[in-house]
Design a binder for this molecule. Structure first.
Ligand code: ATP
Ligand code: ATP
Ligand code: MG
Ligand code: MG
Lengths: 259, 259
């Protein structure tokens, strides 16, 4: 059974997609086999990994709503051992369509536990969540072993954290008792900026060990890489952004060694 | 009747809230009376304008779902002539609760056209939308005369634009024939950065005059201001961020002079 990790935060633009893509790249470089599930109707993770919009006739929508077999939806990416379940705007209607479904919170949970998934031998499944606490994100939390929370070191970012923690607790009580917090990773950090330093200090004070040691700096190479459909590890391996996501992947692997 | 403008883009973290707060501040400094409707369950606009979380017993949720009178929900802010309809996490359930309502797309439209609104003599209503194309954002588009789209000059930001334009067209055809695009404002622009320059060039080529002349630069004073519950115009009037949002408000006022 792979370790299933949701990358979630309802605050927009905090680095969820960037973290999912580059953490996945770090894990596969260390010998893991990884599935990235794009659960955002924007489909940014699919684009960032080079899946052309015309090449997404089967998406996460089909996995959730049409119950298509997972091996018909999963695609290889240009990075060896990194596979993706792509997304496009079809997924936007899934939220409303799932409301009427009696197992609405468990659709992704069940889809990722089809017998065929065992044969694919993934070590990790990373789920890139949309910027909301809608049914799509709830599905991700119910399906996961743990949640990784990117936290931008900006003022508005801290505000949403308590709401997210509340939702995680609700999911743990109602649908997934084993759901843990993998950790909080500080993103777009600018060590010279007073506000960034203050948010980092606040986060470490209130969240303690939940905060990863690795801090992701603001680094332009991270925002350039997806326009070349590459992870930053492939695009510019010596950049500060690549080094940081490599370090984050090693922190994760120390907790969840590849067997 | 006030000019009702939605500030919308389903891409997260592109500067919707920052634009709504600071454009509103520029408009009131020019003599307008403005209502800001916080339509995001995160409540960032409410926090950025100093409405304490404990002071939000009546919110936009009550306007939409409980049909409370608008004058019971609207609050003054520390900025003279700037009023707010605050939001909190209650609004997150509105999306699901509205699905069953027969006039689900028109709830905000009707709420902003109550007779009491005439007596309040607002010149502008600005609606801060959440990062999704859910029923909340559809309600904003149906209620509005026009849509202002903040566009971050980053790679992922351009990708979502066609989806947003599609949704605007659908709303125009099905519910609000008069809905226009007020314009696209480039945000967090870094003139030294190649990607930023490229995205600006692409945006002006494909969108032409829809793109405002004013470009909002990346400016740390913009991210600091909300932590002091101030607009950037009050926090640091001589900053590049304040100058840019002042210029944007003047572009808007040239099109919609205060009568
Ligand atoms: N550490 C970083 N340094 C510089 N730019 C970054 C960094 N992390 C992310 N970015 C850029 O910031 C923008 C937002 O990041 P990203 O899209 O990953 O956030 P998100 O949380 O997935 O957004 P959404 O809420 O829309 O899903 C993107 O343009 C991305 O390239
Ligand atoms: N021009 C700018 N320069 C520097 N920082 C900015 C600028 N505009 C916005 N910010 C900061 O970037 C972050 C994202 O901006 P903001 O919250 O306004 O975006 P949003 O689109 O409203 O996000 P969401 O999708 O979560 O609603 C905030 O921390 C904000 O303070
Ligand atoms: Mg994303
Ligand atoms: Mg916002």
């Amino acid at each position: 059974m792979p370790q299933i990790i949701s990358v979630a935060n309802q605050k927009g633009g905090v680095g969820k997609t960037t973290t999912t893509i580059n953490l996945a790249a770090g894990l596969v470089r260390s010998g893991a086999k990884v599935l990235l599930v794009d659960l955002d109707p924007q489909g940014n993770a699919s684009t960032g990994l080079g899946i052309d919009p015309s090449d997404r006739n089967k998406t996460t929508y089909d996995l959730l709503i049409e119950h298509d077999p997972v091996e018909q939806i999963i695609k290889p990416t240009r990075t060896e051992n990194l596979y993706i379940c792509p997304a496009n705007a079809d997924l936007a209607s899934a939220d409303i369509e799932m409301v009427a479904h009696e197992k609405r919170s468990f659709l992704l949970h069940d889809a990722l536990r089809q017998p065929a998934m065992q044969d694919l031998h993934f070590d990790f499944v990373l789920i890139d969540c949309p910027p909301s606490l809608s049914l799509l994100t709830v599905n991700a939390l119910v399906a996961s072993n743990s949640v990784l929370v990117p936290l931008q070191t900006e003022f508005f970012a801290l505000e949403g954290l308590s709401q997210l923690m509340l939702t995680i607790r609700e999911v743990r009580q109602s649908a997934n008792a084993a759901l843990r917090i993998e950790g909080v990773v500080l993103t777009m950090h600018d060590a010279r900026n007073r506000l960034s330093q203050q948010v980092e200090a606040d986060a470490r004070k209130t969240l303690g060990d939940l905060v990863f040691k690795t801090v992701i700096p603001r680094n332009v190479r991270l925002s350039e890489a997806p326009s070349f459909a590459q992870s930053v590890l492939d695009y510019d391996p010596s950049s500060k952004g690549a080094e940081a996501y490599w370090a984050l992947s090693q922190e994760i692997l120390r907790r969840h060694p590849i067997v």
